[in-house]
Every structure is written in structure tokens, then in C-alpha cells.
Design a protein around this ligand. Structure first.
Ligand SMILES: C[S@@+](CC[C@H](N)C(=O)[O-])C[C@H]1O[C@@H](n2cnc3c(N)ncnc32)[C@H](O)[C@@H]1O
Length: 196
């Protein structure tokens, strides 16, 4: 038995919650690895919405999809994920965030607490019952701990009647290893939404 590494575990969670025909979101497209993974899961009848504020990330993601002939399954937007509610109007089966900076690129362009929380709140409303939001939280870079703490404060107070919150973390690794937070919607929010 080998414990799944953090990124493996995040992808396993996606695999277990996404089916052909689903609508899903990659909130931080970056180099497009998760966008491609999701595009493979949703099939030709599904739809991936991928967001990134860096044009470079959008181009890399599109190229990766093209390389695999899967560009028709994804809409790759050069927009912040805080705008998700303007673009996604269907129930979402799964969403993934990789917080932090784009590997191999400008380390000062990072995800930020306010926009991350806005996207999380909107995605929780869009999420269907049984759907999952997965966050891989990198917190070793400047600004990372502030974002980690705000996300953790937010997810800890979510009412368990509606959302189950899981943390997957290796406790004895050095140098601020990333960890996974998963949010599962177990019951639809009442209207008007009481969960903010
Ligand atoms: C850790 S990287 C993502 C890695 C990616 N999942 C991959 O497979 O390569 C984080 C990405 O979030 C992007 N980002 C930062 N702020 C954002 C925002 N408000 N909305 C969407 N993407 C954002 C950065 O440009 C960066 O590409």
C-alpha cells in the first residue's frame, strides 16, 4: 500500500465525482494539466470551463487540449475565477483549484484570498448535490499563508448539513508541503441561500 500523493489524490477525487456529460470547472488552468484531465472525464457531451488571468496559461492550456484533440470539450477563459457565476449557468459536478503561482512563470502572479473566496462561494451555489470542489493549497510562497488561513477559516465554518469538508495532508513533510481540501455538497442550500 502506497499513500496517494497530494496531486494524485486530488485527481482521484475528480475521477470519482465526474461522469460523461458533466459540467466541470478548472478554476486555475495554469499549464492545463487539470483542464485536460477533466476534458478526458466529461466526454463529448460534457463541458469544462477553465479560468486563468494569465494569457500565457490560457495559450498553454489550449495547446495541451489541441495536442489531445479535446479542445471542443473546454472553454478556456482569460478571466478570473471570481467571474465564474457570469460564465457557468449549469449545475457543476466538480471544480478544482490549484492555489499559488504558475510553475515556471512569474512567481508574483498568485491566487489571492478575496478572489479565491468569491469563486468558492459562487461555485458552492453552482455545485450539484454529490458534487465536489477540490482545492490544492500551496502555501510556501509569499502571500500563501494568508490565503491558506482565509480559505481554512471559510471552509471550517460551512454548515455540515450542506457541505462536508475534508483535509488530506502529510503531517511530517518539510517546507510547507501542499495539502488538499475537498468540499462535498450533501444537500441543496435552502433558498435564499443561507450559506455565504
Ligand atoms: C498553481 S497554478 C495552476 C496549475 C495548473 N492547475 C496546472 O495544471 O498547471 C495557479 C494559476 O492560477 C492562476 N490565477 C491566479 N489568480 C487567478 C484568478 N483570480 N482566476 C483564475 N486563475 C488565477 C495563475 O495565473 C496560475 O496560472
Amino acid at each position: 500500500m502506497k499513500l496517494q500523493r497530494v496531486l494524485q489524490y486530488a485527481q482521484q477525487l475528480l475521477k470519482d465525482s465526474v461522469h460523461e456529460g458533466d459540467t466541470v470547472v478548472d478554476a486555475t488552468a495554469g499549464n492545463g494539466h487539470d483542464t485536460l484531465f477533466l476534458a478526458q472525464l466529461v466526454g463529448d457531451d460534457g463541458q469544462v470551463y477553465a479560468f486563468d488571468i494569465q494569457k500565457e496559461a490560457v495559450d498553454t492550456t489550449l495547446l495541451r487540449l489541441l495536442d489531445h484533440g479535446l479542445e471542443h470539450r473546454a472553454l478556456v477563459l482569460n478571466k478570473g475565477h471570481e467571474e465564474v457565476a457570469n460564465f457557468v449557468h449549469k449545475p457543476v459536478a466538480a471544480a478544482i483549484f490549484n492555489l499559488g503561482y504558475l510553475p515556471g512563470s512569474n512567481h508574483t502572479i498568485i491566487t489571492r484570498p478575496t478572489t479565491t473566496l468569491q469563486a468558492l462561494q459562487d461555485l458552492l451555489k453552482l455545485l450539484k448535490v454529490g458534487g465536489l470542489i477540490v482545492l490544492v493549497i500551496y502555501h510556501g510562497h509569499p502571500g500563501g499563508k494568508e490565503e491558506r488561513d482565509m480559505v481554512m477559516d471559510y471552509v471550517r465554518q460551512l454548515p455540515q448539513k450542506y457541505i462536508h469538508v475534508l483535509k488530506y495532508e502529510f503531517l511530517n513533510q518539510q517546507n510547507d508541503p501542499p495539502f488538499v481540501i475537498a468540499l462535498e455538497k450533501v444537500k441543496e442550500y435552502p433558498k435564499p441561500e443561507i450559506v455565504q
